[in-house]
Design a binder for this molecule. Structure first.
Ligand code: NAG
Ligand code: NAG
Ligand code: NAG
Ligand code: NAG
Ligand code: NAG
Ligand code: NAG
Ligand code: NAG
Ligand code: NAG
Ligand code: NAG
Ligand code: NAG
Ligand code: NAG
Ligand code: NAG
Length: 742
């Protein structure tokens, strides 16, 4: 047997993918700083944030959470609620959902059990906690707390210096100037706060801390997370002078999980306001000084370092990490020299998305939709389909991991991506068990959809029947391989690192494809859910997008084994070469791909099927051309989507997906229009607005924007010239350290 990899998948095997490296043409610092967000009033929806990817601190206009209780959240801060009455851990371990027929074989899923209370608990747990709140405390000369609102402040200014990660606020209260600087540590989950004001003298300005309760039943987790008034549901305890710079530590316990807040910096006194609340007051011990600096480090007990950093150390780590980030990784300048008036706004979105992705989406597990801003997905929305009312908060969704994080690969942020991309090897054992033990497939690993750091699949019909998360690891693996293609030793290491994940991913893809003897092709489904989640799982078969993605994925898996010099399982090749053809609709008006085989030809006018993610445009655009995809049909299909789809119900990553399709089809003006569509907006600090269907922020919008920008500016395999996705007229696009998309 011989395997000519270039014949197997001609388009994806261009190993040299780095666009010409930086030559310093772009004045990066001036472009970044141009978009420093400023505010003079708190937003009621989104915070200004500092953070490091594992940890983020959301601030109101004072730089703290003085007036608005924006959240302090992390990738590691999870807790379980108490079990439903009468349930035990054993019941959890013994949970079994319903079994549905899959081509005559019963397959068990995680939904539809006869124990809805248990199922609901499993969906809502673990959930992500808000680690606390830190605000300014205004007092009179006698030490009484003043009731100050934001309206009592004058001359308010807030600015985030993107280049260094420093957030500064200033205002006048009672005729006195107050200045506050806040930064996040980059190697510890610490904020450092420096205050300068004559109000500090005699402690007429202090700090308060508070700790909320939150659980999987809370209905309003956006814009704020948790409840500060359910004080009897949880405990906090104070310890002081623990050494290592820790002057005080508050242990916050919610059910069985404890979170530590450790305070250091200038000498202070901390007191608990009342045993029945979780509010603490911090006052400087230098009542003649008009400056006060402190740090607050957030951890669990097992993450707790023996010393905490000083305010100066936190600031240094912020400045150096952010400067390095902006200076050394990918950069796209669409602004300088462009005459298209939209270039400024597009550049703003790029810069602010680059900032917010690094703050919210660079932790050790895939991010939730709202990053570390809030647990927004529980919020019910007008026009929101019933499924969004389920308990989607806090957890992460493996099919969305591509949109959240694959841009890191194209922007060459391997350090940030590798923190979470190891999730596939971490989830391999449980995904092998899901596929083979729970569901009885002959081989392979079936990746979960909605999950948490434990890898357990959350109950739910869509959660268990969706399949487009399955090929994603093959994309992440391929990009990592391309990034080291010129170094034989590194390349071998990457090949070996991903080998098991690639193999088991492809094994399940092969196993899931069902040999249909009557048509002599391999079918995908039923049952299954498509990307748009709006077709009946029991009749959904051979969806166009998933077929193309299966073909691409199996081709990558073949290439991987070939590169490793090991045999390619013949069943992969058999499935890949004999997958069902993409379903077509042939009408007088033309030939188009359709969502899945068997869908009626006039589905284009049926709102039921044209109302959600238009994955038909992802066939070619997001994905490179795969065998079987006819480019003229793909283009006609994309253009039909533009006309017939209910675009007014699209949101988030739909728009970059539409843009990538337009770009590959040579419709570059249209590509820009999609990226700046009125339903695809970013607020004043760059938060991706959820739009018609979902709460703000919806970070898949930011990740997909960056992926599409890298592709349109840096190109894709087989593209020609500079910035092939941008119009030639009106745009001057310069790229540095961006890798080509597949
Ligand atoms: C904030 O700035 C905006 C725009 O510069 C200005 O219109 C508004 O009056 C300012 N508001 C306050 C409260 O200072
Ligand atoms: C929550 O409970 C589940 C089931 O017992 C367990 O696997 C998981 O580790 C727990 N998570 C946390 C954060 O306590
Ligand atoms: C799908 O089929 C199963 C039986 O295999 C049935 O229990 C279920 O109700 C059907 N679901 C839908 C959405 O039709
Ligand atoms: C504080 O002042 C605001 C505005 O004047 C008022 O609405 C609120 O009730 C006051 N709160 C307390 C606790 O007095
Ligand atoms: C601080 O308190 C002292 C003693 O009461 C007083 O003399 C002084 O004026 C106060 N300083 C300020 C800035 O309020
Ligand atoms: C508790 O706080 C929430 C907001 O977090 C509020 O909606 C609710 O009314 C408060 N309940 C009481 C009893 O004060
Ligand atoms: C939290 O407190 C509320 C009000 O006291 C109570 O109804 C609820 O059961 C408590 N929840 C837990 C998990 O303790
Ligand atoms: C705090 O103290 C209470 C009462 O002594 C105790 O029940 C609780 O477990 C303690 N919490 C923490 C986080 O140590
Ligand atoms: C902090 O201040 C207290 C009270 O003034 C004093 O007893 C203590 O020694 C000081 N600690 C440090 C580290 O300066
Ligand atoms: C295009 O942008 C680059 C990078 O910022 C800049 O060096 C160059 O001068 C610009 N070209 C024009 C024609 O403005
Ligand atoms: C495919 O082939 C491999 C290697 O021979 C085997 O381990 C695996 O079980 C097969 N998968 C299926 C679905 O037959
Ligand atoms: C063809 O297009 C016309 C105009 O858009 C439309 O009215 C007609 O229904 C289409 N016919 C089919 C078979 O789709």
């Amino acid at each position: 047997m011989h395997w000519n990899i270039y014949a197997v998948i001609p388009l994806i095997l261009t190993f040299s993918s780095l666009v010409q490296p930086t030559n310093g043409a772009i004045d990066r610092q001036s472009i970044v700083s141009r978009y420093n967000p400023t505010r003079n009033v708190s937003s009621q929806t989104t915070p200004m944030q500092v953070g490091n990817g594992f940890f983020a601190f959301g601030a109101d206009v004072t730089g703290l959470q003085t007036f608005e209780p924006f959240a302090i959240m992390s990738s590691w801060g999870w807790k379980n609620d108490t079990l439903p009455p009468g349930k035990t851990l054993e019941d959890i371990a013994n949970y079994h959902g319903v079994s549905w027929l899959n081509h005559g074989r019963l397959v068990e899923y995680d939904f539809g059990s006869n124990d809805p209370a248990l199922e609901q608990w499993l969906t809502a747990n673990p959930n992500r906690v808000n680690l606390g709140r830190i605000g300014l405390l205004f007092r009179d000369g006698g030490g009484n707390v003043l009731n100050v609102t934001e309206a009592d402040l004058e001359d308010v200014k807030q600015e985030l210096d993107l280049w260094t990660g420093k957030m500064s606020s200033s205002f006048v209260f009672g005729g006195e100037q107050v200045r506050i600087n806040v930064v996040s540590g980059q190697d510890t989950d610490t904020v450092a706060v420096s205050i300068q004001s004559t109000l500090l003298v005699n402690n007429t300005l202090g700090i308060f801390l508070d700790f909320p309760w939150n659980d999987g039943l809370s209905k309003f987790s956006a814009p704020f997370v948790g409840s500060f008034n359910l004080t009897s549901n949880h405990t906090t305890n104070l310890s002081t002078n623990l050494g290592g710079g820790i002057q005080a530590q508050i242990a916050h316990q919610l059910v069985a999980s404890t979170f530590l807040t450790s305070l250091g910096g200038d000498n202070f006194t901390i007191t608990r306001d009342s045993p029945s609340t979780h509010r603490y007051t911090v006052l400087s011990n230098s009542p003649t000084s008009d400056t006060f600096s402190f740090t607050s480090t957030f951890t669990t007990a097992d993450r707790m370092p023996s010393t905490i950093p000083s305010p100066a150390e936190v600031e240094e780590s912020s400045v150096s990490a952010w400067e390095e980030y902006w200076s050394t990784s990918g950069f796209v300048d669409v602004f300088t020299g462009s005459t298209d008036p939209r270039a400024d706004e597009l550049q703003r979105r790029i810069i602010l998305s680059r900032y917010l992705m690094r703050v919210n989406e660079a932790g050790d597990s895939p991010p939730q939709e709202s990053g570390l801003v809030n647990d927004g997905w529980s919020q019910s929305r007008h026009n929101c389909p019933v499924r969004f009312l389920l308990f989607l908060r806090s957890k992460f969704h493996m099919e969305m991991y591509f949109w959240h994080s694959c841009h890191w690969a194209l922007w060459n942020n391997w350090d940030l991506l590798s923190r979470s991309s190891s999730i596939y090897s971490r989830f391999l054992p449980s995904s092998l068990a899901r596929a083979q033990i729970q569901q009885g497939w002959s081989s392979g690993a079936r990746w979960p959809k909605m999950t948490d750091p434990s890898g357990r699949s959350s109950p739910g019909e869509i959660n268990n029947l969706l399949i487009w998360q399955q090929p994603h690891p093959l994309m992440f693996a391929t990009y990592e391989l391309r990034s080291v293609s010129t170094d034989q030793e590194k390349k071998q290491a990457v090949l070996e690192k991903w080998e098991d994940v690639v193999r088991e991913t492809a094994n399940w893809m092969s196993a899931f494809a069902w040999w249909n003897e009557s048509t002599s092709v391999y079918d995908l489904g039923p049952p299954m859910y498509v990307v748009s989640e709006d077709t009946s799982p029991n009749v959904t078969q051979n969806p166009a997008f998933e077929l193309a993605y299966w073909k691409l994925g199996l081709g990558i898996a073949e290439m991987w084994m070939n590169e490793l010099g090991v045999d390619i399982p013949s069943n992969w090749t058999d499935v890949k070469n004999n997958l069902a053809q993409l379903p077509l609709e042939q009408t007088d008006n033309g030939t188009f791909y359709k969502v899945y085989e068997g869908l009626e030809d006039d589905f284009w006018t049926d709102p039921e099927f044209t109302n959600d993610h238009p994955a038909l445009v992802g066939l070619y655009g997001w994905l490179p051309q795969t065998e079987d995809v006819d480019l003229s049909i793909a283009k006609a299909t994309a253009e039909k989507v533009w006309v017939n789809w209910n675009i007014s119900n699209c949101w988030g990553w739909d728009f970059p997906m539409l843009a990538m399709s337009a770009a590959r089809n040579g419709e570059t003006e249209q590509a820009i229009d999609w990226l700046l569509h009125p339903l695809f907006q970013f607020d004043d600090v760059g938060m991706p607005i959820g739009g018609v269907r979902v709460p703000t922020p919806y970070f898949p919008g930011s990740g997909s924007l960056l992926y599409s920008i890298a592709m349109m500016a840096g190109g894709w395999d087989g593209s020609d010239g500079n910035a092939p996705g941008f119009p030639k007229d009106g745009w001057n696009v310069t790229v540095e350290s961006i890798s080509k998309a597949l």
